[in-house]
Every structure is written in C-alpha cells, then in structure tokens.
Design a protein around this ligand. Structure first.
Ligand code: G16
Length: 545
C-alpha cells in the first residue's frame, strides 16, 4: 500500500462551534472537505505517532463513509491503533468511556447530535482529547487556524475496512480494532448504579417505563442495559433501531420533538410511571413522569440531592457545575450540602478542567445534558439510570419527588424560547444592539422588575485561567429573576436565537402554576427589550422548552 499526499485548498468555514464542526451533509461531501478538517486536527496535535485513536459516530447518513476516510488519514499520519465501534457506532458518552479506558491519545466523534440526519440533514465531527472530553477552545481554534492554511493532506491508499466484524485488521502499520460498541459502557454503568435494586423495581409489577431512543444511537445501549440486564419488558425501548435519517425525525429529546413519548406519557393512569428519551448521539436526556416534565435544571438538582444514595457517588460530591443559562435550582442543593457550585459558559468542554481537577463530580446544562466525572461528556442513559436508581429507592411517582423537591428548596420557574432559522445578519444585529443597550438598563424599572446588572457574560476558567468572552447577554433583576440571550453555536441554517428566562418562587402555593403563565411578564419583557418580534418578523418562538 502507498501513502499519498494530496494537494488541496483551504475552506474558510471550518471553525468548530459549541460542539465541533456541524454542517449539511452536502457540505461534508464536497471533495477534500472532510479530509482537510481531519488533517487539520492531526496537524494541530503533537506526539500521537504510534498512539491509539478512538473513532465512532451516531450512525447518521455519511457516518461509514467518513470513518473510512478518517482511518486512511490516521494511518497515513502515523497512528498505531484505532478502535472503531462495530458498524461505526459509538454513542458520544461511550466514545468518551473508551478513550479513557484504553488510554487513547484522543478520539474523533462523528455526530451532529440532535440535528436531523439523512442526505439532506446535518453531519458533524469533533475531536476529543485523551481525558475523553471535547477539545478545549485553544485546540479547536488551532484546528480552525490550520484549516485556513492547509494545502495538502496525507492518506493511505487502501480499500474499505469491514466495520461489521469484530476483530483486528491492518492499514499500513496501523491496527484497526472493531470493538463492541456497548460492552465497556454497560460495565461502567453497572459499577455506578445499583442494578439489583433497579431490577427489583422492574420486577415488582408496580412500575413501567418507556425509553424513546428516537431511532438514534442509544437503541442498542438501551435494549441491552434496560431490557436484558435490568429486566425491563421488551417493549420498554421504543424507536430502538438506529436509522441513518432517524426515521425522518428530529432526534432532540424535548417536548416538541420527542412527541411519540410525550403522547404516551399523557395517557393518564394508563401511562407508564417513568418516561425518558435520548438524542442522536446519546448524550442528552429528557425525564418525564406520568403527566409530568422534569426540566433538565431541576433534574440536575434532584440527582445532586440524591447522589450519596447511589453507589457510584456514595462517598459524596466534590462540587457541582452548571452552565450559565441553566437555572439555579442546583445552587440551592449545593448550598445545603456545603459544596461549591460553579457557573460556566454553554458547552460541555467548559466542565472538562473542573472535572479533571476533581473540583466537581456532577454537572449539567439546561440543554438536556447531565453528567458526572465517570466520563467527560454528558450522558443520556447515565441520567436515566440515575433516575431509575432514585425511583427504586424512593418508590414514589416522579411528580411527587419533584413537588417535594420544590417544597424543600423552592422552585426555579424556567423556560427557554428558541427562534430557529433566523436570518444570520439580523440576529447578529439584534445581539449587537442589545449589547450596546445593556449598560443603560442598570437600575431601570420594568413593572415589578428592577435591573440590578446587565452584562455580556465572560468566564475565567478557575483551573487554567483562560478567558472566554461573549458568552451570552444577561439581564439580572433585583428580585433574582433573569433573562439571558444567546445565539446557538450548534445550528447549521441561519441563526438560532435562544432566550432563557428564570424566576425563583419560595411559596409552595404557587409551585403548581403553569410555567409560561408564571413567567409571562418576563417573557414579554424579553421581547420588548430586544425587540424580537419586530427584528425577527416572528410572533412566536419555534421551540419552547
Ligand atoms: C452541545 C453542547 C452543549 C450545549 C448544546 C447547546 O450539545 O455540547 O454543551 O449546551 O450544544 O448549545 P447551543 O446553545 O450553542 O446550541 P450537543 O448535544 O448538541 O452536543
């Protein structure tokens, strides 16, 4: 076999976003596009010769073709071994688990997460470092800079590697091991949670559950762990076969897109006791009870509150972390536990240093992500198993657990309004004008809300002291309420404007109020201050969570 050096020209749109490079499939299919980016990744790293790389993806359209290209480029650049999930499948948390377990140099994960798939959908690629977590900004920025000046890439001339058969094959001097996609991850879960107790819950005859894999990567993981290991009945997992186009759906576990599951959970006493869903690449989760939705922010707070009752966290938590737009529900629990609570910008990569330093054990985001120091990615099934462990201990309905939590800590009413597919220039202008307006808002009264602070959030990493600016526009009110505006860093079409709205309520008599009604005046204010209707031409958000 031969190693070829292919001449190429830089593309100018390869700056990774919140979580890697995400584009339409057709963009990735352009000649040299993926090759350039993969070579740019390798060119930005040092010391990987002879080392191990982990490669896998969420099974979406173009996954297998991309893996073949990556394998040939890895061989040509001198990697010694690549571990690839069977059929090219690895959930994002499983990839993180395998990078850590195998002592790999790093990994390449192919996914556009919750974005739709198929030939007209999205594709994505990101690099994870040896700790199993998404590359920090200094590396993603180096990759981007390299992508702008790249003029050639190296690729081994070889045929396709069969991804179906477990075992080892060779490209040049590099070993390619096709590994079981689920086994290591399942073992890790078994060490963290009380599988016997959860098995007992399923066996009790008093508990039913549905898990919606949304035709995405968690299907095989959930079939094995929930149904085979934990004894849940065979119909527990719905939409459990990964499809390249996710069955034409939008694999985003929220109240809008996980509509199959939401319908099942709204069937009154006929509904299962517990419902959960995960996304395209298995790192997000949504938690539902019968007729009850647990916001990701509340879920993080409840997991934190119960952590020491679960085997993997019985020794206690070092601390917790949440992204800035995530509600402060977990802050109240951290205060009671007497542990630190860190606030970071949006993006799982910002938790990496805190986890590596042992400063935090659990972390989470409002964007349906929760996780811990067991891997360096958020982990959908992990959150579901954590909830199952809690339910097996408490033997109470989800709704009751939620109400008792609010009664004890107060409720952080919380909603996120997304305006998807907004014209990018208009969205940038809206944010720019709002940023300019912020200093003038301080001290101003809007009905019962007086602005205490208004700023553009920036973050100094407490471990490496790196500074990340421009992480969201915040309006903080004296009564503890707040409005946050951000542009998403994960979309591929136009811009997505996200508005996060939160207010704290101690009075239990108000805890059953409808969220949108309770937050009504702040929602209106959010629109007025940024002139959203006027500037976007939209009279309602696309998605409300
Ligand atoms: C990614 C990141 C998360 C982030 C989310 C939303 O999740 O890993 O940390 O919260 O995107 O980001 P944005 O608001 O910029 O769209 P995933 O599940 O897409 O990898």
């Amino acid at each position: 076999m031969t190693i070829l050096t292919i001449a190429t020209k830089p593309f100018d749109d390869q700056r990774p976003g919140t979580s890697g490079l995400r584009k339409k499939v057709s963009v990735f299919q352009q000649p040299h596009y993926l090759e350039n980016f993969v070579q740019a990744i390798f060119d930005s790293l040092a010391g990987y010769q002879g080392q191990t790389l982990v490669v896998g993806g969420d099974g979406r359209f173009y996954n297998r073709e991309a893996i073949q290209i990556i394998l040939r480029i890895a061989a040509a650049n001198g990697f010694g071994r690549v571990l690839v999930g069977q059929y090219g499948i690895l959930s994002t948390p499983a990839a993180s688990c395998i990078i850590r377990r195998s002592g790999a140099f790093g990994g390449i994960i192919l996914s556009a997460s919750h974005n739709p798939g198929g030939p007209h959908g999205d594709f994505g690629i990101k690099y994870n470092t040896g700790n199993g977590g998404p590359a920090p900004e200094k590396i993603t920025e180096a990759i981007y800079q390299r992508s702008r000046e790249i003029h050639s890439y190296h690729i081994a001339e070889s045929g396709d590697i069969p991804l179906e058969t477990l075992g080892t094959v060779q490209i040049e001097d590099m070993h390619v091991e096709i590994i079981d996609s689920v086994a290591d991850y399942a073992r890790l879960m078994e060490n963290l949670f009380d599988f016997d107790q959860i098995h007992g819950l399923f066996n009790s005859g008093l508990f039913t559950m549905r898990f919606d894999a949304m035709h995405a990567v968690t299907g095989p993981y959930a079939h094995l762990i929930l149904e085979e290991r934990l004894g849940a009945p065979p119909n527990t997992v719905m939409n459990g076969t990964p499809l390249a186009d996710f069955g034409g759906g939008h694999p985003d576990p929220n109240l809008t897109y996980a509509s199959d599951l939401v319908a099942v959970m709204k069937g009154g006493f006929l509904s299962p006791d517990f419902g959960a869903a995960s996304d395209g690449d298995g790192d997000r989760n949504m938690i539902l009870g019968r007729n009850c939705f647990v916001t990701p922010s509340d879920s993080l707070a409840i997991l934190t509150d119960h952590a020491t009752r679960v085997p993997g966290y019985a020794k206690g938590l070092a601390g917790v972390a949440r992204s800035m737009p995530t509600s402060a529900a977990v802050d109240h629990v951290a205060e009671r536990l007497g542990i630190p609570c860190y606030e970071t910008p949006t993006g799982w990569k910002f938790f990496g240093n805190l986890l590596d330093a042992g400063s935090v054990t659990l972390c989470g985001e409002e964007s349906f992500g929760t996780g811990s120091d067991h891997v360096r990615e958020k982990d959908g099934l992990w959150a579901v198993l954590f909830w199952l462990n809690i339910l097996a201990i408490r033997r109470q309905p989800v709704e009751e657990i939620l109400r008792e939590h609010w009664a004890r800590y107060g409720r952080n009413f919380y909603t996120r309004h997304d305006y998807e597919g907004v014209d990018s220039t208009r969205a940038q202008e809206l944010m720019h004008d709002l940023r300019v307006k912020l200093p003038g808002l301080r001290g101003k009264d809007f009905g019962s809300h007086r602005v205490m602070e208004a700023d553009d959030y920036s973050y100094t990493d407490p471990v490496d002291h790196s500074v990340s600016t421009g992480q969201g526009l915040r309006i903080l009110f004296e009564n503890g309420s707040r409005i946050v505006y951000r542009l998403s860093g994960t979309g591929t079409e136009g811009a997505t404007l996200r508005i996060y709205i939160e207010a704290y309520e101690r009075d239990a008599a108000r805890h059953q109020d409808d969220t949108q009604t309770y937050l009504g005046s702040l929602i209106q204010l959010a629109d007025e201050i940024a002139a959203i209707t006027e500037r976007t031409g939209r009279d309602a958000p696309t998605v409300i969570t």
